[in-house]
Ligand binder design. Sequence first.
Ligand code: GLA
Length: 725
Amino acid sequence: MIILDHNTGLITLHTRRTTYQMKADQHGVLLHTYYGSRIRGDLSRLIPYADRGFSPNPDEAAGDRTYSLDVLPQEYSGSGNGDYRLSSLALELPDGSCGADFRYTDCIIIHDKYELDGLPAFFGISDEAETLVITLEDTVAQVSVQLLYGVFEAYDLITRAVRVVNHGDRTIRILQAASLCLDLPSADLDLITFDGRHTYERVPHRAPLRPGVQSVGSLRGISSHQHNPFVVLCAPDAGEDHALCYGAMLLYSGNFQAAVERNQFDTARLTLGIHPDGFTWNLAPGETFCTPEAALICSPDGFGPMSRNFHRAIRDCLIRDPWAGRPKPVLVNSWETTYFDFDDSKLLALAKESAALGVELFVLDDGWFGHRNDDRGGLGDWWTNESKLPGGLAPFSRKLRELGMSLGLWIEPECVSEDSALYAAHPDWVLNPPGRPYVRGRDQLVLDFTRKEVRDAVFGMLRKTLDGVDLAYLKWDMNRCLTAPWSAALPPERQGEVSHRYVLGVYELLERFRKTWPNVLIEGCAGGGGRFDAGMLYYTPQIWCSDNTDAIDRLTIQYGTSFAYPPCTMGAHVASVPSCHTDRWASLAVRGTVAMSGAFGYELDLGALSPEEKAEVAQQVAEYKAVQDLIRNGDYYRLSRPDGPYTAWANVSRNQREALVSLVAGPAVAAPPFLFLKLQGLDPKLQYRINDEPELWPGDILMQAGYPLPLLREHTAIRLHLTAE
Ligand code: GLA
């Protein structure tokens, strides 16, 4: 609910459990007065005013030394106006002056959720979301900003984006435009970031805010394996089910920065948006620049409710799943079985073995096109390699159908090998500054997706190749970062726009794919989880969570990922042992348990398993099919951290009548302690049957006292299926 009080100038956004408030003051500065648990009243009364040394006073303060933008909590900070904290917007005017100083002009409510042209955004369902548009103006720059707010009451979700409009008659340059700025009255907070590397992504790191700016971000052109565009600010004592926390995510798949400043008076400011380094945008008269969308959820009761609200919002209002409402096929992916070494008979043998165990989708990974026999060549030549697949993909998909399976296919549209027909014909289509030697990643270069003709060419090849192919799924991969992006199609003064235009190009082509193949599910991937962000999820309802298929490592990776993203978005496969990534062995039960907590599949030669293992796989597949609705649409509870005696989590149905509790034991210890697993999310008044145990368990006992675990042996799995009676 959005409430505008025209008498006091108070602007209040209420969600189910939270309140967000702003107020334009006597000078038109839009103050941020409150964000936290739901309350009523004018919170501007809490804003302190004091004469602070070296905090300057704007002209309109008329000598009032207690009024300084350096001190006041603001909704969208400017720059060069006496506020030395993190700026949200920086402009360069034609005379070379830099700055941004905005004052409130008006605001309106729209009874629907705003959309952003060419950018991913949460959408409203059944009139649930409202929009607030606040306009601010910098009269010197002749620029206005529209602060957009989407209010999703039921999810405690507030989305934000900013439109910058040039009303003058000269081109100005945007040097920075954050998607959100959030001033909080106390910096006694911890910052949690989700960091890692290729094959070990999104591991939470938590530390108290220290004086100064702490930030994470990406300058790699993709959101990156190294840092995720999602951060949490929380009370020092916040945990899964207690104390205040704020989650902030950016729906963006390129360079980003999340920065938090603990300033001189121990208040905090968070900014989140496109990374300002290397970014500039020329805004001609009459033009509008739109930032990516950011999304905030405040939880008064810890991380669990915050995550579950993000999960529900992403599932209901962001993902556009062509398979929505239908059971998802369990897939087998060929990559870790065959790598590049396959032909149709090898693939069909693998498919046949898989189909016999209940697997329904066969994903043919890298190597099916051009002369792609290793990762050094062929990328960009999107026609079928008929020496591997005689007659092309159509007959192959028909043969799969005869086995009762559908076809999925790997593609990597954004990159090109120098050893390819595409590169030979268009060497100028790669992003590279003139005269600079190439910097290669996986021996490949990045295509200039800022150019429509380049996207058209790649799309044209794929459309021709996929014509008549019975296709169910595409895996859209991206296997390197951008380096020194420079486009031959843009003038020198626009080169600072390349990284953002690249992302817009990727989104445009993804949208074209969605429209051309509306029934095909696209899974995102960038060497696993190098582009696991809410921007991609708008186009690709699931993302390959990590190239690391070691089940024990996956416990940590999936745990970290779950703070923002729901299980249904995490591609998770059972792979062979010992793991090709860690050389570690894990039982099939452990591997199945871990993979089942995501978008489930296999990535191993199922034909090479023993009869007992095959029987276990068939049972896992059947079990997943029976509980997948619970896993995909239920509420997710982290029952432990991944570094204790066990890692445990639960999927609980929305009506609390069913739950799947999964646990994987940690490293062996001598004389293990007696442990009781305290469940969450159950109905305390209901009685639950656990697996086929004769005894019923009251929900309150399971949550307050816990379920007695057997003595845990290293890396063993337990799955408890609870049904209320
Ligand atoms: C990336 C992906 C893998 C696989 C290979 C194929 O690394 O993350 O899953 O598709 O590319 O080259």
